[in-house]
Design a protein around this ligand. Sequence first.
Ligand SMILES: [Zn+2]
Length: 328
Amino acid sequence: MTREEAIHKITEEYQNIQTREINRLRARENEAVKIDPEIGRLLSLRASLPMKSMRLAMEDKAHAQEIAQTMRETGLRINAEIRSRLVSASLPEDYLKLHYECPVCRDTGYTDGVPQKMCQCFTKRIRVLTREDEGLEALKKQNFSTYDENRIPDAPVTPGGATQREITGRIRELCEEYADQFPNTFKPNLMLLGEAGLGKSFFLSAICERVESRGFEATLINAYKLLEIMRERHFHIEGGEGDFERLLSCPLLLIDDLGCEPMLRNITQEYLFILINDRMTKGLHTVIATNLTPPAIKERYGERIMSRLCDKTVSDSVRLVGKDLRRI
Ligand SMILES: [Zn+2]
Protein backbone atom coordinates (compact mmCIF):
# COMPACT_ATOMS: atom_id res chain seq x y z
CA MET A 1 0.00 0.00 0.00
CA THR A 2 1.38 3.42 -0.90
CA ARG A 3 1.49 6.21 1.62
CA GLU A 4 -1.33 8.03 -0.13
CA GLU A 5 -3.53 4.95 -0.15
CA ALA A 6 -2.79 4.44 3.53
CA ILE A 7 -3.72 8.05 4.37
CA HIS A 8 -6.96 7.66 2.43
CA LYS A 9 -7.81 4.41 4.19
CA ILE A 10 -6.94 5.73 7.65
CA THR A 11 -8.97 8.91 7.11
CA GLU A 12 -11.96 6.67 6.43
CA GLU A 13 -11.21 4.60 9.52
CA TYR A 14 -11.12 7.74 11.65
CA GLN A 15 -14.41 8.98 10.22
CA ASN A 16 -15.93 5.61 11.08
CA ILE A 17 -14.59 5.87 14.63
CA GLN A 18 -16.11 9.34 15.00
CA THR A 19 -19.47 8.15 13.67
CA ARG A 20 -19.39 5.09 15.91
CA GLU A 21 -18.64 7.14 19.01
CA ILE A 22 -21.36 9.66 18.22
CA ASN A 23 -23.86 6.80 17.82
CA ARG A 24 -22.73 5.30 21.09
CA LEU A 25 -23.15 8.64 22.79
CA ARG A 26 -26.69 8.97 21.37
CA ALA A 27 -27.50 5.52 22.73
CA ARG A 28 -26.21 6.50 26.18
CA GLU A 29 -28.24 9.71 26.05
CA ASN A 30 -31.40 7.75 25.27
CA GLU A 31 -30.61 5.44 28.15
CA ALA A 32 -30.10 8.32 30.57
CA VAL A 33 -33.22 10.17 29.42
CA LYS A 34 -35.28 7.04 30.00
CA ILE A 35 -34.13 7.05 33.62
CA ASP A 36 -34.41 10.80 34.11
CA PRO A 37 -36.43 12.76 31.48
CA GLU A 38 -35.16 16.05 32.89
CA ILE A 39 -31.73 15.14 31.46
CA GLY A 40 -33.35 15.15 28.01
CA ARG A 41 -34.66 18.67 28.54
CA LEU A 42 -31.24 19.84 29.70
CA LEU A 43 -29.54 18.26 26.68
CA SER A 44 -31.81 20.04 24.19
CA LEU A 45 -31.43 23.26 26.12
CA ARG A 46 -27.64 22.90 25.88
CA ALA A 47 -27.84 22.03 22.19
CA SER A 48 -29.82 25.21 21.50
CA LEU A 49 -27.26 27.48 23.20
CA PRO A 50 -24.90 28.15 20.28
CA MET A 51 -27.71 29.26 17.95
CA LYS A 52 -29.33 31.31 20.66
CA SER A 53 -26.01 32.93 21.50
CA MET A 54 -25.41 33.81 17.85
CA ARG A 55 -28.89 35.28 17.39
CA LEU A 56 -28.64 37.44 20.49
CA ALA A 57 -25.19 38.66 19.52
CA MET A 58 -26.45 39.69 16.08
CA GLU A 59 -29.34 41.60 17.59
CA ASP A 60 -27.12 43.34 20.09
CA LYS A 61 -23.66 43.57 18.59
CA ALA A 62 -22.39 45.98 21.25
CA HIS A 63 -22.78 43.30 23.91
CA ALA A 64 -21.68 40.31 21.88
CA GLN A 65 -18.86 39.44 24.27
CA GLU A 66 -21.03 39.57 27.38
CA ILE A 67 -23.64 37.45 25.66
CA ALA A 68 -21.05 34.84 24.73
CA GLN A 69 -19.76 34.82 28.30
CA THR A 70 -23.27 34.39 29.74
CA MET A 71 -23.93 31.53 27.35
CA ARG A 72 -20.67 29.81 28.35
CA GLU A 73 -21.65 30.07 31.99
CA THR A 74 -25.15 28.76 31.24
CA GLY A 75 -23.53 25.83 29.40
CA LEU A 76 -21.32 25.04 32.37
CA ARG A 77 -24.30 25.20 34.76
CA ILE A 78 -26.27 22.85 32.53
CA ASN A 79 -23.32 20.41 32.40
CA ALA A 80 -23.03 20.45 36.18
CA GLU A 81 -26.75 19.81 36.53
CA ILE A 82 -26.56 16.91 34.04
CA ARG A 83 -23.60 15.39 35.90
CA SER A 84 -25.34 15.51 39.25
CA ARG A 85 -28.50 14.00 37.76
CA LEU A 86 -26.42 11.18 36.21
CA VAL A 87 -24.88 10.42 39.58
CA SER A 88 -28.34 10.41 41.20
CA ALA A 89 -29.41 7.95 38.50
CA SER A 90 -26.44 5.72 39.48
CA LEU A 91 -24.69 6.42 36.18
CA PRO A 92 -21.06 7.54 35.82
CA GLU A 93 -20.56 11.29 35.93
CA ASP A 94 -18.95 11.28 32.46
CA TYR A 95 -21.60 8.99 30.99
CA LEU A 96 -22.62 11.58 28.42
CA LYS A 97 -19.15 12.59 27.33
CA LEU A 98 -17.97 11.70 23.86
CA HIS A 99 -15.23 9.06 23.99
CA TYR A 100 -12.07 9.28 21.90
CA GLU A 101 -9.67 6.52 20.99
CA CYS A 102 -7.00 9.17 20.82
CA PRO A 103 -7.62 12.09 23.18
CA VAL A 104 -4.72 14.01 21.61
CA CYS A 105 -6.35 14.49 18.21
CA ARG A 106 -9.91 13.53 19.24
CA ASP A 107 -9.86 10.92 16.46
CA THR A 108 -9.38 13.47 13.74
CA GLY A 109 -5.82 12.35 12.99
CA TYR A 110 -4.59 15.93 13.22
CA THR A 111 -3.57 18.05 16.16
CA ASP A 112 -4.81 21.58 16.71
CA GLY A 113 -2.65 24.51 15.79
CA VAL A 114 -1.38 26.20 12.71
CA PRO A 115 -0.12 24.55 10.63
CA GLN A 116 -2.02 21.40 11.48
CA LYS A 117 0.15 18.40 12.11
CA MET A 118 -0.53 14.73 11.78
CA CYS A 119 -1.13 13.17 15.16
CA GLN A 120 1.28 10.45 16.26
CA CYS A 121 -1.55 7.90 16.24
CA PHE A 122 -2.02 8.69 12.56
CA THR A 123 1.62 8.48 11.50
CA LYS A 124 2.02 5.27 13.44
CA ARG A 125 -0.91 3.73 11.60
CA ILE A 126 0.56 4.86 8.26
CA ARG A 127 3.77 3.05 9.10
CA VAL A 128 1.90 -0.13 9.96
CA LEU A 129 -0.14 -0.09 6.75
CA THR A 130 2.68 0.78 4.38
CA ARG A 131 5.00 -1.76 5.96
CA GLU A 132 2.51 -4.58 6.07
CA ASP A 133 2.26 -4.38 2.34
CA GLU A 134 5.93 -4.27 1.68
CA GLY A 135 6.12 -7.52 3.57
CA LEU A 136 8.91 -6.21 5.75
CA GLU A 137 8.15 -8.85 8.33
CA ALA A 138 8.79 -11.51 5.73
CA LEU A 139 11.99 -9.75 4.76
CA LYS A 140 13.19 -9.83 8.34
CA LYS A 141 13.38 -13.59 8.04
CA GLN A 142 16.07 -13.03 5.44
CA ASN A 143 19.18 -12.84 7.54
CA PHE A 144 22.69 -14.24 7.57
CA SER A 145 21.62 -17.24 9.62
CA THR A 146 19.03 -18.29 7.05
CA TYR A 147 21.54 -18.08 4.21
CA ASP A 148 21.58 -21.49 2.56
CA GLU A 149 24.48 -22.01 0.19
CA ASN A 150 23.06 -25.33 -0.96
CA ARG A 151 20.41 -23.43 -2.87
CA ILE A 152 23.09 -21.81 -5.01
CA PRO A 153 24.42 -23.66 -8.07
CA ASP A 154 28.00 -24.82 -7.77
CA ALA A 155 28.84 -24.60 -11.43
CA PRO A 156 31.57 -22.28 -12.79
CA VAL A 157 30.24 -18.94 -13.97
CA THR A 158 33.42 -16.97 -14.63
CA PRO A 159 36.20 -17.56 -17.15
CA GLY A 160 38.48 -18.24 -14.16
CA GLY A 161 36.23 -21.09 -13.07
CA ALA A 162 34.71 -19.60 -9.90
CA THR A 163 31.25 -20.97 -9.20
CA GLN A 164 28.11 -18.99 -8.41
CA ARG A 165 28.16 -20.51 -4.91
CA GLU A 166 31.76 -19.37 -4.30
CA ILE A 167 31.17 -15.85 -5.58
CA THR A 168 27.92 -15.44 -3.65
CA GLY A 169 29.61 -16.88 -0.56
CA ARG A 170 32.40 -14.28 -0.75
CA ILE A 171 29.88 -11.49 -1.14
CA ARG A 172 27.95 -12.87 1.82
CA GLU A 173 31.14 -12.65 3.93
CA LEU A 174 31.75 -9.11 2.79
CA CYS A 175 28.18 -8.07 3.61
CA GLU A 176 28.28 -9.73 7.00
CA GLU A 177 31.58 -8.04 7.80
CA TYR A 178 30.10 -4.69 6.74
CA ALA A 179 27.10 -5.25 9.04
CA ASP A 180 29.26 -6.40 11.94
CA GLN A 181 31.68 -3.50 11.66
CA PHE A 182 29.11 -0.80 11.07
CA PRO A 183 29.63 2.12 11.62
CA ASN A 184 33.38 1.48 11.39
CA THR A 185 33.27 -0.15 8.00
CA PHE A 186 36.25 -0.07 5.68
CA LYS A 187 34.31 2.24 3.36
CA PRO A 188 30.98 3.86 4.17
CA ASN A 189 29.15 2.72 1.06
CA LEU A 190 28.47 -0.59 -0.53
CA MET A 191 27.04 -1.26 -3.98
CA LEU A 192 25.55 -4.65 -4.78
CA LEU A 193 25.37 -5.10 -8.52
CA GLY A 194 23.93 -7.92 -10.55
CA GLU A 195 20.84 -9.05 -12.34
CA ALA A 196 17.53 -9.83 -10.65
CA GLY A 197 17.22 -12.98 -8.61
CA LEU A 198 20.83 -13.38 -7.50
CA GLY A 199 20.27 -12.51 -3.84
CA LYS A 200 20.84 -8.74 -3.65
CA SER A 201 17.62 -8.10 -1.74
CA PHE A 202 18.46 -10.96 0.60
CA PHE A 203 21.82 -9.40 1.49
CA LEU A 204 20.26 -5.99 1.98
CA SER A 205 17.72 -7.43 4.41
CA ALA A 206 20.41 -9.42 6.17
CA ILE A 207 22.64 -6.36 6.62
CA CYS A 208 19.68 -4.33 7.87
CA GLU A 209 18.67 -7.03 10.32
CA ARG A 210 22.21 -7.47 11.69
CA VAL A 211 22.84 -3.73 12.07
CA GLU A 212 19.50 -3.25 13.85
CA SER A 213 20.15 -6.22 16.10
CA ARG A 214 23.42 -4.55 17.10
CA GLY A 215 21.38 -1.56 18.24
CA PHE A 216 21.93 0.81 15.34
CA GLU A 217 19.27 2.50 13.29
CA ALA A 218 18.90 1.24 9.74
CA THR A 219 16.32 2.03 7.08
CA LEU A 220 15.62 -0.39 4.28
CA ILE A 221 13.59 1.02 1.43
CA ASN A 222 12.95 0.00 -2.13
CA ALA A 223 13.39 2.46 -4.95
CA TYR A 224 9.65 2.72 -5.61
CA LYS A 225 8.96 3.78 -2.07
CA LEU A 226 11.95 6.09 -2.17
CA LEU A 227 10.57 7.80 -5.27
CA GLU A 228 7.20 8.19 -3.59
CA ILE A 229 8.84 9.97 -0.67
CA MET A 230 10.85 12.17 -3.03
CA ARG A 231 7.66 13.01 -4.91
CA GLU A 232 5.87 13.92 -1.69
CA ARG A 233 8.83 16.06 -0.72
CA HIS A 234 8.81 17.77 -4.11
CA PHE A 235 5.11 18.59 -3.98
CA HIS A 236 5.17 19.41 -0.27
CA ILE A 237 2.62 16.71 0.46
CA GLU A 238 1.82 16.46 4.15
CA GLY A 239 4.32 14.24 5.93
CA GLY A 240 6.57 13.78 2.90
CA GLU A 241 9.08 16.38 4.02
CA GLY A 242 9.73 14.66 7.32
CA ASP A 243 10.17 11.33 5.59
CA PHE A 244 12.75 12.70 3.21
CA GLU A 245 14.60 14.44 6.04
CA ARG A 246 14.78 11.11 7.86
CA LEU A 247 16.34 9.47 4.81
CA LEU A 248 18.90 12.27 4.65
CA SER A 249 19.95 11.69 8.22
CA CYS A 250 19.46 8.01 9.11
CA PRO A 251 22.76 6.35 10.01
CA LEU A 252 22.38 3.49 7.53
CA LEU A 253 20.18 3.67 4.46
CA LEU A 254 19.71 0.58 2.30
CA ILE A 255 18.09 1.16 -1.08
CA ASP A 256 16.83 -1.89 -2.91
CA ASP A 257 16.16 -2.18 -6.62
CA LEU A 258 17.58 1.15 -7.65
CA GLY A 259 16.79 1.59 -11.32
CA CYS A 260 13.38 -0.09 -11.20
CA GLU A 261 11.55 3.08 -10.19
CA PRO A 262 9.92 5.34 -12.78
CA MET A 263 11.81 8.41 -13.94
CA LEU A 264 9.87 11.52 -12.93
CA ARG A 265 10.98 14.79 -14.43
CA ASN A 266 12.55 17.17 -11.90
CA ILE A 267 12.29 14.52 -9.20
CA THR A 268 14.04 11.17 -9.66
CA GLN A 269 17.50 12.45 -10.64
CA GLU A 270 17.36 15.66 -8.64
CA TYR A 271 16.33 14.18 -5.31
CA LEU A 272 18.46 11.09 -5.69
CA PHE A 273 21.45 13.38 -6.14
CA ILE A 274 20.49 15.44 -3.09
CA LEU A 275 20.07 12.25 -1.07
CA ILE A 276 23.34 10.62 -2.10
CA ASN A 277 25.42 13.77 -2.08
CA ASP A 278 24.07 14.93 1.26
CA ARG A 279 24.66 11.56 2.90
CA MET A 280 28.19 11.36 1.53
CA THR A 281 28.98 14.85 2.73
CA LYS A 282 27.82 13.86 6.20
CA GLY A 283 29.80 10.61 6.04
CA LEU A 284 26.67 8.52 6.49
CA HIS A 285 26.50 4.91 5.32
CA THR A 286 24.50 3.86 2.29
CA VAL A 287 24.06 0.44 0.72
CA ILE A 288 22.51 0.20 -2.72
CA ALA A 289 21.35 -2.81 -4.69
CA THR A 290 20.79 -2.36 -8.39
CA ASN A 291 20.63 -4.44 -11.52
CA LEU A 292 22.05 -1.55 -13.50
CA THR A 293 25.67 -1.64 -14.65
CA PRO A 294 27.80 1.46 -13.99
CA PRO A 295 27.39 2.66 -17.60
CA ALA A 296 23.63 2.16 -17.28
CA ILE A 297 23.65 4.13 -14.02
CA LYS A 298 25.39 6.95 -15.83
CA GLU A 299 22.94 6.83 -18.70
CA ARG A 300 19.91 6.81 -16.41
CA TYR A 301 20.94 9.19 -13.65
CA GLY A 302 23.73 11.20 -15.21
CA GLU A 303 27.40 11.68 -14.55
CA ARG A 304 27.09 13.36 -11.14
CA ILE A 305 25.21 10.50 -9.52
CA MET A 306 27.29 7.80 -11.22
CA SER A 307 30.56 9.36 -10.15
CA ARG A 308 29.41 9.51 -6.52
CA LEU A 309 27.99 6.01 -6.42
CA CYS A 310 31.04 4.52 -8.06
CA ASP A 311 33.61 6.62 -6.19
CA LYS A 312 36.09 3.95 -5.10
CA THR A 313 37.44 6.02 -2.22
CA VAL A 314 34.12 5.78 -0.36
CA SER A 315 32.32 2.92 -2.07
CA ASP A 316 32.93 -0.79 -2.45
CA SER A 317 31.07 -2.46 -5.23
CA VAL A 318 30.55 -6.16 -5.80
CA ARG A 319 28.78 -8.00 -8.54
CA LEU A 320 26.65 -11.09 -8.13
CA VAL A 321 26.66 -13.41 -11.11
CA GLY A 322 25.00 -16.63 -12.15
CA LYS A 323 21.53 -18.03 -12.51
CA ASP A 324 18.34 -16.47 -11.18
CA LEU A 325 17.87 -18.28 -7.87
CA ARG A 326 14.11 -17.89 -8.03
CA ARG A 327 14.00 -20.04 -11.15
CA ILE A 328 16.02 -22.95 -9.83
ZN1 LIG B 1 -4.34 10.98 17.62
